[in-house]
Write a protein that binds this ligand. Structure first.
Ligand code: NAI
Length: 464
């Protein structure tokens, strides 16, 4: 006999799961959310997006104080890093966010079932010794770090992002394996705080999923900031040797072995769907070759009544993608309709300057044989960016050659992650570059660089 019965049981309280639970409750369903972590919010709030952004913000200010404020006439006597206090700031930010979700659960009457959820039958979830019944089960168990063959993450010397946001000291040397989002963001944090950072990337460019021009520009900027890059290189072994880690590197295609030592090694080569212990095999929920739950357009798995959203299914492993899926799944369970345009999910890298993109890259358009025009505008020609002393980067807009419809927007620059929202909204409404160009943009703002790039699509920017 089930202890209690719900309309919806969501397993996992990350951005996908908690949003789905809250939205389902708002729509009048009885909802429980199973979470085994001591705090709500999943990877994102506890050990991912939020704490890393707290450290990125704090380290950015530290670097500004150390290197950049002088140029604006602000002299600082003796600057000191209090890493413990900086970590305290990060922890406090995490607590206020995770407690915030607890409050939202109470407000919306979402019941938190504490423990690990196991699906024991199509409409049944076991948590500890209790069994609960549900009309709908939503798997929102997220993802977990992956390592490389022969490299064991101990979270002390060889760390994942979880260990890298909690180091007790600034390492003299940090090697980052993987020039993707985590590698660049956390590499940037420790470089600003004083580490010598080397990024080792298997492919021949960093941020491989993004427009190639962004990768090139970002590598140039980060190199100028002091990060070293070894591209087309693989790590074949990592051995802890007292207070150091000895790495063996090779060219990606093999040969040319080299050694490199670092105090800390951060493994940031991607994440994998997390479904361990959920009991998927027993109930017959199908997974793909990468362990992700296979779902249809309505997020239903191969078993009726069991759904999945977020990192545990296909698509970009991004909190906002999971949130949107959680939201529309709840609405669909309530009988409404829903739709996500997976082409219009923005991606942001929170380095300084930031990198942000939405829609197609130039490479994707070429591959698909879609004719396009390019409009580019550099921040060095934007008055506000000059006033901020933040002139690195550019806005690049790709529009269809014939229809002028915006197909992709790619930005490296100050607050690129904020600027991309305008582009995403414009693209959601099917805007042309001309629409953006004719929209009044406040002066003086960084957004004017977006308008100028849109004007540049038609070869008529004003300020360059
Ligand atoms: P990622 O997929 O962004 O980057 C992994 C990088 O490692 C790639 O450049 C890949 O080519 C490289 N790589 C793979 N195998 C390698 C090897 N053997 N040796 C050297 N390099 C190798 O994954 P990352 O950075 O670990 O992040 C995991 C997930 O979390 C991603 O999906 C990412 O989008 C997400 N995330 C998003 C953030 C954001 O939105 N700002 C922040 C942090 C993570």
């Amino acid at each position: 006999m089930a202890a209690k019965s719900y309309d919806v049981i969501v397993i996992g309280a990350g951005p996908g799961g908690y949003v789905c639970a809250i939205r389902a409750a708002q729509l009048g369903m009885s909802v429980a959310c199973v979470e085994s972590r001591a705090t709500l919010g999943g990877t994102c709030l506890n050990v991912g997006c939020i704490p890393s952004k707290a450290l990125l913000s704090a380290s950015e200010k530290y670097e500004a104080a150390e290197h950049h404020l002088g140029a604006m006439g602000i002299r600082i006597g003796s600057l000191k890093l209090d890493l413990k206090a900086m970590m305290g700031h990060k922890d406090q930010v995490v607590t206020s966010n995770t407690k915030g979700i607890e409050y939202l659960f109470k407000k919306n009457k979402v019941e938190w079932l504490k423990g690990k959820g196991v699906i024991t039958a199509p409409r049944q979830v076991q948590v500890g010794s209790e069994t609960y019944a549900a009309k709908h089960i939503v798997i929102a168990t997220g993802s977990d770090v992956v390592s490389l063959p022969g490299i064991t993450i101990d979270e002390k010397r060889i760390v994942s992002s979880t260990g890298a946001i909690a180091l007790a000291e600034v390492p003299k040397t940090l090697v980052v394996i993987g020039g993707g989002v985590i590698g660049l963001e956390l590499g940037a944090v420790w470089r600003r705080l004083g580490s010598e950072v080397t990024v080792i990337e298997f492919l021949d460019r960093i941020l491989p999923g993004m427009d190639a021009e962004l990768s090139k520009e970002m590598q140039k900027i980060l190199t100028k900031q002091g990060i070293k890059f070894k591209l087309a290189t693989k790590v074949t072994a990592a051995k802890i040797n007292g207070k150091a880690v000895d790495l063996t590197l090779e060219d990606a295609k093999g040969g040319n072995a080299q050694n490199l030592s670092a105090e800390i090694v951060l493994v940031a080569v991607g994440r994998k769907a997390f479904t361990e212990g959920l009991g998927l095999d027993k109930v017959g929920v199908k997974t793909d070759d990468r362990g992700r739950v296979v779902t249809d357009k309505k997020f239903q798995s191969s078993v009726p009544g069991i759904y999945a959203i977020g990192d545990v299914i296909a698509g970009p492993m991004l909190a906002h993608k999971a949130e949107d899926e959680g939201m529309i799944l709840a609405e669909m369970l309530a009988g409404q309709s829903g739709h996500i345009d997976y082409d219009l999910i923005p991606g942001v890298v929170y380095t300084w300057p930031e990198v942000a993109a939405v829609g197609k890259t130039e490479q994707q358009l070429k591959e698909a044989g879609i004719p396009y025009k390019v409009g580019k505008f550099p921040f060095s020609a934007n008055g506000r960016a000059r006033a901020m002393n933040a002139t690195d980067g550019f806005v690049k807009i790709l529009a269809h050659e014939k229809t002028d419809r915006v197909l992709g927007v790619h930005i490296v620059g100050p607050e690129a992650g904020t600027l991309i929202a305008e582009a995403t909204l414009a693209m959601e409404f099917g805007a042309s570059a001309e629409d953006i160009a004719r929209t009044c943009h406040a002066h003086p703002t960084l957004e004017e660089a977006v308008k100028e790039a849109a004007l540049a699509v038609d070869g008529r920017p004003i300020h360059i």
